[in-house]
Design a binder for this molecule. Sequence first.
Ligand code: ATP
Ligand code: MG
Length: 431
Amino acid sequence: SEAMEREGKEVLRRLGLAGYEAYFVGGCVRDSLLGRLLKDIDIATSALPDEVMRLFERTAPTGLAHGTVTVIMERYTFEVTTFRKESEYEQFRRPKEVEFISDLNEDLRRRDFTINAMALDADGGYIDPFGGASDLAAGRIRCVGDPLERFHEDALRMLRGIRFACEYGFGLEADTWSALVRHAPLLVHVAMERVSAELDKMIEGRAPDRAIRLLIDSRLPRHFKQPIEWPLSRWEDCPESFRQDKLKAIGGSELRWAALFVLMESDPASAKVAMKGLKFSGKKTDTIGRLLQTNDWIKERTLRVASREKSAAVNADEAFAMIADCCVMVGKPVVRDWFALAAWQSGALGDNRFRPFVERGSEWLERVPVDRVNDLAISGSEVAAELDEKPGPWLGRLLNELLALAARRKVPNEREALLRQAKILVKQECN
Ligand code: ATP
Ligand code: MG
């Protein structure tokens, strides 16, 4: 935004008044040339970290070892990093040590791609020693310097290259691409977390299907540190749907990943294994897992009903019961999100099985009165007391049965009705 730019310029000005050089650098210069909204502004300076900390009232020592200080201005914060050189690289990964220098050009030289290696001064003048602006205009991802060397230094750059190509709809310059294909095996040295973060950005980004095609073509996924059962080993088998940009038609990171697993015809269990390999957080794995579980379950049950009824359609009562069961299984919010996945399968994939859920799913969901044991109108201890029994594993099972019935509206979610039903269930159990 303009306010961010104004505050950023103020940082440059203050460093300048103190006798230091300072520039906007990296992603923000690239994005401003593209006329895109800036997410954040990174600043590079000849001042050393402690000098930066002395010049501004509010700072945070974000990464002193790498020369980075966060400067806190009125509304925005800025990462201010001392010009540096990355001398030695350790094992195809991040640099072993950094060396502070006084020359901007040297700082730009260590950056990965020409479009990321430009700087902008306080007066709006561009510093572009490697032809970043012309690569930007030509739609080209090109390494700064020798691509073989640069990918050898840090193999993650190969994934970054593909990500930027997809984000901007650019091509990869020939030497950069052939170095990438050649050095693909070096990816084995890169921590899976870094790999995963890049993949995530690609999947969430503007051209997820193309990202997958480029990954397949480059064969990078074969060389991930953690071999991933699915998705990547099988991407080669079915690139057809990715050629038609199917994934792009669904939004949101978790839904996109779920959709990807659907395209790969991956069952929920193997999806889980894949997500573990990708080091997804427990929460993310769980959400995606639940979406897939819902999807799988509805698909299977629809199929079963259809074969029994000898018709493709599921009737409304049956569909409502399915939705109620799913709510109990994965929770209402997940079922609500799943409707987006259903709509995508129905629309983009032309899978008719999901159409009733797309058309009437929300209505059915509204009618489900409870989806959690805690929301039942009677508590476990009350049930135990009323039945004059000690709580035990039986109680949890009983509550779950009550929940299943209440969710399907077979029993009203009211204290007396639930208690009556509890007694019936216990009696049945005994017989
Ligand atoms: P994004 O829009 O994804 O944030 P960005 O260009 O800001 O894009 P960052 O990862 O935030 O990317 O990095 C900031 C800058 O640091 C990059 O523009 C690039 O100049 C440099 N950089 C980042 N990672 C590397 C790397 N692995 N090798 C070399 N330079 C890098
Ligand atoms: Mg950035």
